[in-house]
Design a protein around this ligand. Structure first.
Ligand SMILES: C[S@@+](CC[C@H](N)C(=O)[O-])C[C@H]1O[C@@H](n2cnc3c(N)ncnc32)[C@H](O)[C@@H]1O
Length: 267
């Protein structure tokens, strides 16, 4: 039997928050993962301008998911993003208040300082996207792994980025030998790791596709290809929409030019 995978990102996802970030290629997957998991508690380490984080929040809101989201970041930047100014936090904070008030909270602090606010085995979905040296990523993982629920998911961005002193790829290689993982290679790589345990009987379809056991190499390749196409599809749809809007604006401006100017009545 052929399974047709037609997730919500293909049917009705239009990103509300569009800023430059290398996370762009993972938006459909991020949206689908949150929709599928329906997390009670989601934490992101490293938010910057909010591209990944607000995709998660949008999925929570649009799918009526009753959970809480936390974005941890100093909102000052690091040696890879470079230091950035206060306008970044201001923009992220405004967008958060205007769209996700009541369930999404920004924690402006170092990752280590945020640790004490979360209980062991409590986080359903953790996204690690802070500083990308081997030492930093392995420290984030060691500190936060105990906070993740059994059966919970940890995402790692940039697991295929081999530039400067990036070392997430090396740490990811080590993790894949020791844990249940799935790797997307496009968009600088996104690693998906599942913590052992939890009740897996009612796993949503996406989790079954990500972690099908030992027999799934062909299915894994198909899923990888699917999300490469999904991100291209999302960008193309956006381009077409933008072009249509431009055409409409041009047509309106032209129509206004043609309107006869009414003569002023003298007093
Ligand atoms: C790669 S960016 C995050 C990208 C973001 N997820 C996106 O979708 O574009 C990394 C962020 O992590 C933050 N960061 C790095 N190390 C940190 C630490 N130890 N504590 C708090 N924030 C940190 C930086 O300030 C920066 O904004």
């Amino acid at each position: 039997m052929t399974i047709v995978y037609m997730p919500p990102s293909i049917r009705h996802f239009d990103p509300l928050h569009r800023v430059f970030s290398t996370w762009i290629d993972h938006l459909p997957f991020g949206y689908d993962l949150v929709t599928a998991m329906r997390p009670k508690l989601l934490v992101e380490l490293g938010t910057h301008k909010g591209l990944s984080y607000f995709t998660f929040c949008q999925a929570m809101k649009e799918n009526d998911i009753d959970g809480l989201c936390y974005a941890v970041d100093t909102f000052e930047g690091d040696a890879h993003t470079d230091k950035y100014d206060e306008s970044v936090f201001s923009m992220v904070n405004d967008h958060n208040r205007q769209n996700y008030h009541g369930f999404s909270y920004l924690m402006r602090m170092f990752f280590n300082e945020a640790l004490r606010h979360f209980e062991e085995d409590s986080i359903d979905l953790l996204h690690i996207d802070g500083f990308h040296t081997y030492e930093a990523v392995s420290e984030d993982f060691a500190n936060w792994y105990p906070k993740v629920k059994p059966g919970g998911i940890i995402l790692f961005h940039d697991v295929q980025a081999r530039l400067q002193d990036f070392g997430a790829w090396k740490f990811w290689q080590e993790l894949t030998g020791q844990h249940e993982t799935f790797t997307f290679n496009h968009g600088f790589g996104l690693g998906v790791l599942r913590k052992p345990g939890g009740d897996r009987q009612n796993d949503p379809e996406l989790l079954k596709l990500l972690f099908p056991g030992e027999t799934g190499e062909e299915a894994a390749a198909n899923l990888r290809a699917f999300y490469v196409h999904a991100s291209k599809h999302m960008e193309n749809t956006h381009k077409v929409k933008r072009l249509r809007k431009l055409e409409e604006e041009k047509a309106k401006a032209k129509a206004n030019e043609k309107k006869p100017v009414k003569a002023k009545s003298g007093k």
